[in-house]
Design a protein around this ligand. Sequence first.
Ligand code: PLP
Length: 495
Amino acid sequence: MATLYRSTRDASAHSISSSQAVLQGISPDGGLFVPVDFPKLDLDLSQLPSLSYQGLAYKILQPFFSDFTEDELRSCINSAYGSNFTSEEITPVSYHAGNIYLELFHGPTIAFKDVALQLLPYLLITSAKKNNSNLKNVILTATSGDTGKAAMAGFADVENTQIIVFYPKYGVSPIQEKQMLTQTGKNVYVVGITGNFDNAQTNVKQIFNNSTLTDELLKSGYQFSSANSINIGRLLPQIVYYFYAYGRLLADNKIKLGDNVNFSVPTGNFGDILAGFFAKKLGLPINKLLCASNENNVLTEFFKTGTYNKKRDFKVTNSPSMDILVSSNLERLLFYATNGNAALVAEWMNQLEKEGEYTVDPDTLKFLQTHFYASSASQTDTKNEIKQVFTESNYAIDPHTAVASFVTREYKESTADSCPTVTVSTASPYKFPQTVLAALGVDNATGDLDDVQKLVDLIKLPLPKTVANLFEAKQLHDTVIEPDEMENYVKELLI
Ligand SMILES: *Cc1c(COP(=O)(O)O)cnc(C)c1O
């Protein structure tokens, strides 16, 4: 059966195909695309231990991308998940002193966004061909540090495509910035803005929804799409590793078939953890999804009280990729929590935009609390967690992973839940060496690339080639603009 997609805000439920949803990225009404009927999987969980990552990815993604032929989808998957990952398993699971980590950082930019962004360009090109589109794709992306690089790595020199990345000039780590500013490719544009990630994301959404601009661009042969997790082509590939992890736990005799597990997910835009919720909807035995936030803990409050309130100071923390106050993908969860009440979702989103807050009804809150637990870690908690894990097991984790690892520890101590909890590990410690060094008691971190070598000496993990290469890489980009100049920048570049 074909899986069609509709907007979370459209009560009339107008539907489009999966390839059209990938091309459009976001619905013109500002809503996000979700399947009209949630697909069912042709997969028996007992098969999990014997499936390769690629084989599993096909089984899970096929019903979501039902207008792709088998050859098309397999070819996308096989091109995306190969030697560009330094682990043959793509997303290996590792065990350290009673903790379980699902490592999602073995791709080219050493953070989890590679898992989806290595695949998205293939999905997009295939989608364009299927729809006989001769338009050039313009990938507009707001990044809190990791999406930008991962998207550029995926889209650099891809035919018929331009990619423009906006990042908060003063809100990313030095390694993240260096990674972005040294990106090669004739079709890539990297622009620092003098605001924060929320400014970048809001303005990108506004550009998408500016019909005068999109019409003008259409005349010049361009169509916008998104590499953020608002795009189903970015969101759905993230379901795969939840199943993969379950298969590893089975293979390693940590659980029996059918046992429940929890996943603790370092959360910003709510894309990663929403993919976990989709995995649960597809039948993966998940008890709780632990939503782990940093000091920008809007979500912690929301899951406890039912009020989402973004009117607060934006904090720049030591887990910068999670410095977000408006988590886009929560909208998709609300759609399911309200049984698909698009009018209500639209009303809440409207309130959030106009008044800066909304409150869900008790039934919705109950649904959310059934599936999710939420907590947060301060910057000090984060450093202490890095230190404690390293002391216990000689395993170095990055600050984002540490936020989730802290919440896992707190959850185990404060509840009677004895299900194994997998902490989702979203970045390599080499991406945030300054914070990791400080946490481990090294006090001469400088904030530049030299920290990487100090960290190699201390944690003795092999340095990924992509980081080693940064030492010689030339800076190729230096544009910095104000947030309200973003639209003009795009116009001038393209028209
Ligand atoms: C983007 C990111 C996150 C947050 O993921 P969301 O899908 O935005 O919730 C967590 N950790 C790292 C390292 C990231 O890059």
